[in-house]
Design a protein around this ligand. Structure first.
Ligand code: UD1
Ligand code: CA
Length: 458
């Protein structure tokens, strides 16, 4: 099977500089969703017909299994498929999809291809149409059938008579047909219609005339066939997509406090007894171990959390791995390269970047730990900062096991705090702190008796 994806439309109604098929649904371009389904089908060649903003689309999504055909100017869906024909081989069955119909499902496409006789000898191949019955068919091409129920043609809304417009079975645009036939039919269609376009839908009447059997298949859900022409439609498909993900997670036993307030923009893999509170966003690949709980309003991107780890509300975790039973947040921020051991605590307003923090260490309040290697059972006091950047270069800080870092300490990297060392509160550490010793830098404390505050000058 060979695939043609029509993606040349302008998408004017999106009112965006970004080409329509690059608009994100669940964090991925619309076209990427279609490509994922097509790849899951095990398609042969995949030809994307691009037009407006096409170079951007190509640059963003190009892959070795794709071929690209430019359609310029855009003279209709039939003309669009024609641009792909040089890339397709006779003897194959072509599956035509739209780049702006992102939720099309693999089981539906499998049924459509089977109905078209994919894999059979080309003489046996049929023309298969994906159609749906809509309560409000406005805007769609209508499927016309004869008295015995056989499809005779498709009429576009703008060309339809009032009686034809009452037909509720509509063309989704998705179809499968033998390539050789398609080549012949598309060579014979004209543009004498209300829109002056070359309609792909005109091949149906030609197929009927040629005695090619036409079969219709309906999708598993109507949402699969919905296209995106406006931001409102994009937003409504986003909710459909997210509701599906939420259902899948609930089926797997994940507790979602409110399935309607969850956004997964990538892949979320959960162990047993995971609980997710409201308004959390998951991006990239996120893996949550058994018994993990995520508080309200957290954003996690490319994160792996070990079993029993708890993330309190309003935390933002990016490219982070943790061991088991960590306590993170509220209001924690972990940036790329954060690796936490088991039982690590990262409290409110603590930022960690490109650092390893080993088992049972704690930074509970207001700290910046950047480019650091922190050992086990280390206590990092409130207000501690690794001064990892001199304005030009970055340097590492090493804090060995069992060190105690007093509050409001600056660790001027590169610097090392020895095993079991104690740093007094307020220390600015500019050289290594020896193990098991107290290191403290502090200006002498003075009290000046009968000190008088300045008074306002007249
Ligand atoms: C088309 C169908 C209509 C169907 C509807 C379903 C035709 C003539 N009509 O109508 O029967 O009910 O889809 O949504 O086929 N495209 C190109 N190049 C072009 C024109 C369109 O690549 O020159 C692409 C668009 O990017 C889009 C798809 O084809 O992905 C459909 O185009 P659109 O203009 O939305 O078709 P409709 O007129 O709505
Ligand atoms: Ca459309």
């Amino acid at each position: 099977m060979e695939v043609v994806i029509l993606a040349a439309g302008m998408g004017k109604r999106m009112r965006s500089a970004l080409p329509k098929v690059l608009q994100p649904l669940a964090g991925r371009p619309l076209l990427a969703h279609v490509l994922a389904s097509v790849r899951a089908l095990g398609a042969g060649r995949i030809c994307v017909v691009y037009g407006h903003g096409g170079e951007t689309v190509r640059a963003r999504l190009d892959a070795p299994d794709l071929v690209w055909a430019e359609q310029s100017p855009q003279l209709g869906t039939g003309h669009a498929v024609q641009q792909a024909l040089p890339q397709l081989s006779d003897g194959e069955q072509a599956l035509v999809l739209y780049g702006d119909v992102p939720l099309i499902g693999v089981p539906t496409l499998t049924r459509l291809s089977a109905a078209a006789g994919c894999g059979l000898q080309s003489q046996l191949a049929k023309l298969a149409l994906l159609t749906v019955e809509l309560d409000d068919p406005t805007g769609y091409g209508r499927i016309l059938r004869d008295a015995s129920g056989r499809v005779t043609r498709i009429v576009e809304e703008k060309d339809a008579t009032p009686a034809e417009r009452r037909v509720r079975e509509v063309n989704t645009g998705i179809l499968s047909a033998p390539v050789a036939r398609l080549r012949d039919w598309l060579g014979r269609i004209g543009n004498h219609n209300a829109q002056g376009e070359y309609y792909l839908t005109d091949i149906i009447a030609l197929a009927v005339a040629d005695g090619v059997e036409i079969v219709t298949v309906s999708p598993a859900t109507v949402a699969e066939t919905l296209g995106v022409n406006s931001k409102a439609q994009l937003a409504s498909l986003e909710r459909v997509y997210q509701a599906r993900i939420a259902d899948q997670l609930l089926d797997k036993g994940v507790t979602l406090i409110d399935p309607a307030r969850l956004d997964v923009r990538g892949e979320l893999v959960c162990g047993r007894d995971v609980e997710i509170d409201v308004n959390c966003v998951f991006e990239g690949r996120v893996e949550l171990g058994d018994g993990v709980s995520i508080g309200a309003n957290c954003v996690l991107r490319d994160v792996h959390l070990g079993a029993g780890t708890r993330v309190a509300p309003f935390s933002h975790l990016d490219s982070t791995r943790t061991g088991e039973a960590c306590a993170i947040g509220p209001y924690a921020r972990t940036r790329p390269g954060t690796v936490l051991g088991n039982g690590v605590h990262v409290g409110n307003f603590v930022e960690i970047k490109n650092s390893k923090v080993a088992d049972q260490s704690k930074a509970n309040h207001l700290a910046y730990v950047g480019d650091a290697d922190v050992g086990e059972r280390v206590n990092i006091g409130a207000g501690t900062i690794t001064c990892n950047y001199d304005g030009v270069n970055k340097f590492r800080t090493v804090i060995e096991d069992d060190a105690f870092i007093g509050s409001d300490t600056q660790l001027v990297a590169p610097v090392r705090v020895g095993r079991g060392a104690t740093l007094g509160a307020g220390t600015t550490l500019t050289r290594d702190a020896p193990p098991d010793a107290l290191t403290v830098s502090r200006s002498p404390l003075q009290s000046i008796a009968r000190w008088r505050r300045p008074v306002k000058q007249a």
